[in-house]
Design a protein around this ligand. Structure first.
Ligand code: BGC
Length: 270
């Protein structure tokens, strides 16, 4: 059996105080990575709780807060990673938000906030990580990358979403950001991939799974018949940042219980 081993690797996970990011931080730490748990300052106590949970399980983590949508804060985040940990091999670009409105009621601020965090934030963190990876020059054994990036996309990188135009546009942008970076960086042995989750039980979509009627409507969109758990996504991320996927770059793993398979066509009618 191929054991996934991240021993000695340093991993930054953004938006790691809750939801998918939290599960990813815990999963990577369990595989031996030293994890930087990043989230907003306001989520500091939750980040500290994730660090404590990792340490209790025998893993290693530190919390560094930063708003990844702001360039100066991202620069500071990478400075602190360099000072405190001396390098970086893995970035999980996870932080993301929703600000949902019908388009005629969507303010520029609601548009901008979502693009700033979900798309510009992924660019800024990828740039910071890539600069860090490139500082590590020299020969690499076959089967090892200089650095690995996984971007959290969504099924809405391809499924249009009424009332969520800012969010869908950000994730469509993430899709081509990932492919373009993967193409640009392959020769430097930096791999860039994406995970596209469907409906996962996290704070971002709490209303969709706590309200009985909304939950029933959501389940009709999921052929596999259940709402996903953050760990379903974390395991896919773990594989993508490990050497087990060394020949994989520019790919998107869809983790959605079949949501993107046009479930309304499942009966063959039409
Ligand atoms: C969104 C969730 C939604 C899911 C499926 C995700 O990207 O953040 O709110 O439940 O897509 O529509």
């Amino acid at each position: 059996m191929h054991r996934v081993d991240l021993d000695g690797e340093i991993a930054l996970v953004t938006g790691a105080a809750s939801g998918i990011g939290r599960a990813v931080a815990i999963e990577l730490a369990a595989a031996g990575a030293r994890v930087v748990v990043n989230d907003l300052d306001a989520a500091r106590s939750k980040s500290d709780a994730v660090v404590a949970e990792i340490e209790k399980a025998g893993g290693s983590a530190i919390a560094i807060d930063a708003d990844i949508g702001i360039e100066a804060e991202v620069d500071r985040l990478f400075d602190r990673i360099r000072e405190r940990l001396g390098g970086l091999q893995i970035l999980v670009n996870n932080a993301g938000i929703e600000r949902n409105h019908p388009i005629d009621e969507m303010s520029l601020a609601a548009w901008q906030q979502v693009i700033d965090v979900n798309l510009t934030g992924q660019f800024l963190c990828a740039r910071g990580a890539i600069r860090e990876f490139l500082r590590r020059r020299g020969e690499l054994p076959e089967g090892k990358a200089r650095g690995k990036i996984v971007c959290m996309s969504s099924v809405h990188q391809t499924i249009p979403w009424a009332g969520h135009a800012n969010y869908a546009a950000s994730k469509g942008g993430v899709m081509l950001l990932v492919k373009s970076l993967a193409q640009e960086l392959a020769a430097q042995r930096i791999r860039v991939n994406a995970v596209a989750p469907g409906a996962i039980r996290t704070p971002i979509n709490r209303a969709a799974w706590t309200d009985e009627t909304a939950r029933a409507a959501l389940l009709r969109l999921i052929p596999y018949g259940r709402i996903g758990a953050p760990e379903d996504v974390a395991r896919a991320v773990l594989w993508l940042v490990s050497d087990a996927s060394d020949y994989v770059t520019g790919a998107t793993i869809v983790v959605d219980g079949g949501m993107s398979l046009y479930p309304s066509f499942a009966t063959g009618a039409g």
